[in-house]
Ligand binder design. Structure first.
Ligand code: URA
Length: 262
């Protein structure tokens, strides 16, 4: 079959790359370029004839140690035997770049051990500032929704998010970020020991149910982490779509009934 990119196009692309300064093809082994010291860089340049003044001998670049961020997260989460230890393990986890742009780690709010555990998506600006989940407008709506069925984060609800750090500009979580945080979230649920889970919005559904499609999933009891779980519309969605509050109310009543009936 004829390739979509012909010889001339490929040559033009290579020439463009050369013009932009690309002078090395992809290597077989990953290279930690930060580990290559200045002397080695100068010597390498001298070898290519770009400088005649290099004097230092090049040191061999170290191949980067391959790390699986999900495996590291699994080990860290597994080793936490209580919620404080889990918070500390998350704080020490260095493979998620979101932490670099965040002011605070947003771990949880409410009563650990409460019957209801709510899982949201990720901190926004207000949560990042305060270090607590759901404290902005969506959180205030969430509090009113809970109050309407006799629940509150001061008595009967525990809250966390899939991501503990605010994504830049509140962008959606990336699949890789969800995958890294999933072991921590699972451990969080196991250690908090709620009776049931409220899974708000598509990203939490993805992390806990492996599915998205919240408008279809909402209100349908299912199971997550061995617990009854009800997907619900995210409060931020309800702020943007007030017409959907009718469905949210139906789901809240289903939650209330389930709690009453055990
Ligand atoms: N939205 C979320 O999903 N979580 C928060 O903590 C705040 C807004």
């Amino acid at each position: 079959m004829e390739s979509a990119i012909d010889w001339h196009a490929t040559k033009a692309m290579l020439e463009w790359q050369l013009e932009m300064g690309v002078d090395e093809a992809i290597l077989d082994q990953p290279l930690d370029r930060f580990a290559i010291d200045a002397a080695a860089r100068e010597a390498a340049q001298a070898q290519r004839g770009r400088t005649a003044t290099a004097t230092a001998a090049p040191t061999a670049p170290h191949p980067v140690e391959q790390v699986d961020p999900v495996a590291v997260a699994q080990a860290a989460a597994r080793s936490a035997t209580d919620l404080d230890a889990l918070r500390a393990a998350l704080g020490a986890y260095e493979h998620c770049d979101l932490r670099k742009g965040a002011r605070n780690l947003v771990f949880s709010d409410g009563i650990a051990g409460a019957p209801v555990m709510i899982v949201g998506e990720a901190p926004g600006r207000d949560e990042d500032r305060e270090g607590r989940p759901f404290v902005g407008r969506a959180g205030q709506l969430l509090d009113r929704m809970l109050e309407a069925i006799g629940l509150s984060r001061t008595e009967s609800v525990y809250i966390t998010n899939v991501l503990p750090w605010r994504p830049p500009q509140n962008r959606d979580p990336l699949p890789a970020e969800i995958a890294m945080m999933q072991p921590f979230l699972r451990r969080h649920i196991a250690l908090a020991q709620p009776r049931l889970l409220v899974v708000t919005g598509n990203h939490a559904c993805k992390a806990l149910l492996g599915r998205t499609g919240i408008t279809r999933l909402r209100g349908q009891w299912t199971e997550a982490e061995g617990l009854p779980a009800i997907p619900m519309l995210h409060p931020a969605y309800l702020l943007r779509n007030p017409g959907a509050k009718r469905e949210a109310w139906a789901d809240l009543l289903a939650l209330k009934a389930r709690l009453r009936n055990g």
